[in-house]
Design a protein around this ligand. Sequence first.
Ligand SMILES: NC(=O)c1ccc[n+]([C@@H]2O[C@H](COP(=O)([O-])OP(=O)(O)OC[C@H]3O[C@@H](n4cnc5c(N)ncnc54)[C@H](O)[C@@H]3O)[C@@H](O)[C@H]2O)c1
Length: 340
Amino acid sequence: MTYLTNDKVAVMGAAGAVGSNLVQALLATGTANTIAMFDPFEEGLEGAAEEIYHCAFPDAHVTWTTDAAGALADAAYVLSSGGAPRREGMTREDLLRGNAEIAAQLGRDIKANAPDARLVVIVFNPADVTGLVTLVHSGLAPQRVTTLAALDSTRLQTRLAQHFGVPQHLVQGCRTYGGHGQEMALYKGATRVDGVPLNDIVNGSALANGVGLTAEDWQEIRQRVLGGGARIIELRGRSSFQSPAHLTAMMVRATCSAEEFDWPCGAYVTGTPYTHVMMAMPTTLGPEGVSWSLPEGDAAEQAELDAAYAHLQHMRDETIEMGLIPPVPEWESANPRLTS
Ligand SMILES: NC(=O)c1ccc[n+]([C@@H]2O[C@H](COP(=O)([O-])OP(=O)(O)OC[C@H]3O[C@@H](n4cnc5c(N)ncnc54)[C@H](O)[C@@H]3O)[C@@H](O)[C@H]2O)c1
């Protein structure tokens, strides 16, 4: 079996549901074979590593350790779902303080042990903030740090496919931007259902697979997407782990091959009108890391993105008040690659 990369991948939080599935996804998809599993929960970590060994993946080089520095040493990829998950009734933002503290330490550990990392993917929530905190402390260039933000868009694709009764891959161009949290912006302009622009279906001038979409249907779909993560918790009694693990492995693939990752990623955004936040944007992911552009949408979509941005700024400022990252004007001295 060949793998796309033999470079070292550090999976942080590898005893957890997302992390252990991510190790498996990297191996099972032939993406990476040299994996260091880290988690402070030693028994769980050993158990997760044993399970991976029992899969008997050919040419796999998987180690496990409770020493973060050892796991990160010279890693080319750092993938972290190492933090508390959201429990029923909790928002992603409720997790803010504890997980932002973990992110600050992760950033410092990356700076000390993996200063040449090609890609860091932050999965643990609230990912927009934990990704930003990791970036500020890591010393890495902003295009090297991203977040898993695709799930809101894959949930939109799922729901539209269910509504129109078409195979999921025939729903294309699903895009949610801004916060990966309660505040996200759904951009319909690029969405096609079986080739038909979603905007035409929404305004009543077209059908897809003989099915239309009323304003009420669209509101219901929006609510299902906004509550997509909470619904998994309701159904399974725990937060999602298969889909985040798979999509994170796909992000690594895009970075070490010519494969496209056709979903929004989190990017460090500066300039006008949004600045000094990590947010989901139109992105491309490749060997140079993540690059982003501003989305184009109608006035309502832009207003949604403005609201999402305001929310992200608020969470960022809370993190500054907690002393977990310095005030914005001091970011460049914390990480000289964060030039405004
Ligand atoms: N971005 C997304 O779309 C998305 C989707 C699903 C889950 N998540 C988030 O991913 C995170 C992990 O979810 P899970 O279901 O795997 O949770 P889990 O509880 O199963 O696993 C979390 C693991 O992190 C470990 N951990 C604790 N402190 C750590 C530290 N300092 N460094 C490294 N690891 C540490 C724990 O020991 C545990 O094994 C949660 O924050 C969850 O909300 C994000």
